[in-house]
Design a protein around this ligand. Structure first.
Ligand SMILES: NC(=O)c1ccc[n+]([C@@H]2O[C@H](COP(=O)([O-])OP(=O)(O)OC[C@H]3O[C@@H](n4cnc5c(N)ncnc54)[C@H](O)[C@@H]3O)[C@@H](O)[C@H]2O)c1
Length: 280
């Protein structure tokens, strides 16, 4: 989608991190923006701070894990702005502390899949039928580099993000087959400092058992990488808009992602042995 001025974007997870950065970037492109997130002072503050700058925004409380709540978001967006041209299914959580796949509590598996995967499915289910009636549109699903590469100890997160890549590919093929003028991108950021990667990140479903020594070592490594991250949320938002304008399906924000992701294809070809990467 080339022309953004005057169009409407809905961004989930817009109260913080990448969602907030994308909402701000869309506003600066002249778009009208629905900021959707769990009800919180951060959501109210984000919407106020953008509207105080003269941007046309609407803050809407939503739980993307709840289909009825996402349906209500779609209705509210249309009532307020009349149309939705860009849908950013961005809300996501990391889940419990890193631990082995079998050690993750089933409640943690469910919560991560409910927010990260079902949340995007709800977005597609509620918004695509509305967008099909419009001249054009674009969907950006925020996956992760973690959906492109082998990621130990965060299996619920990695599985949800890999599923988003498959879901986005299916969606794109289906829209193309219909001749719909709706393009699709899957945003695969590497490590960025946000609420998700901050020490003490959102472990909304924590089990009592301490992680194993290798899982703890991995966690310390990721925390160190998060602190040292040089790519900012604003950088990712810029890449997302550039990728959307260029009609890119995969939008990568970090230079090293491609080389790391290639290991999966080398392994498919049978000439690469998977080993755990040392943490930075
Ligand atoms: N930060 C990174 O390094 C990184 C890397 C790759 C992918 N991502 C992805 O980027 C997206 C945004 O994350 P972030 O890094 O900006 O983290 P963040 O924690 O700063 O922002 C996530 C936002 O999603 C909201 N949210 C969580 N559950 C929700 C729900 N059920 N309904 C509605 N909103 C909900 C949170 O309230 C929060 O405002 C996520 O999908 C995440 O997986 C982040």
């Amino acid at each position: 989608m080339q022309h953004l001025m005057g169009k409407t974007a809905v961004v989930t997870g817009a109260a913080s991190g990448l969602g907030l950065a994308m909402a701000g970037a869309f506003c600066r492109e002249g778009m009208r923006v629905v900021l959707a997130d769990l009800p919180s002072p951060a959501l109210t503050e984000a919407a106020h701070s953008l509207s105080d700058k003269g941007f046309a925004v609407l803050g809407v409380a939503v739980d993307v894990a709840d289909a009825a709540s996402v349906d209500a978001l779609a209705r509210r967006s249309i009532e307020h702005f009349g149309r939705v041209d860009v849908l950013c299914n961005n809300a996501g959580i990391a889940g419990d502390l890193p631990r082995e796949s079998w050690e993750h509590d089933l409640a943690n598996w469910r919560r991560v899949l409910d927010v990260n995967l079902m949340g995007v499915i709800h977005g597609i289910h509620s918004f695509i039928p509305l967008m099909l009636g419009q001249p054009d549109g674009h969907v950006i699903n925020t996956a992760s580099m973690g959906g492109l590469v082998a990621l130990p100890y965060l299996a619920p997160y990695a599985a949800s993000k890999a599923a988003l890549i498959a879901l986005s590919e299916s969606l794109e093929l289906e829209l193309n087959a219909l001749g719909a003028n709706i393009s699709v991108s899957v945003l695969c950021p590497g490590m960025v400092q946000t609420g998700l990667t901050r020490p003490g990140m959102d472990h909304s479903v924590c089990t009592a058992a301490p992680p194993s020594a290798p899982a703890q070592e991995f966690y310390q490594g990721t925390q160190k990488s998060a602190v040292q991250a040089t790519v900012s949320a604003d950088d990712v938002a810029r890449k997302a808009i550039e990728g959307m304008r260029n009609g890119q399906f995969f939008i990568l924000s970090h230079g090293g992602t491609l080389a790391t992701a290639q290991k999966r294809w080398q392994r498919l070809q049978g000439n690469f042995t998977l080993q755990q990467e040392p943490q930075a």
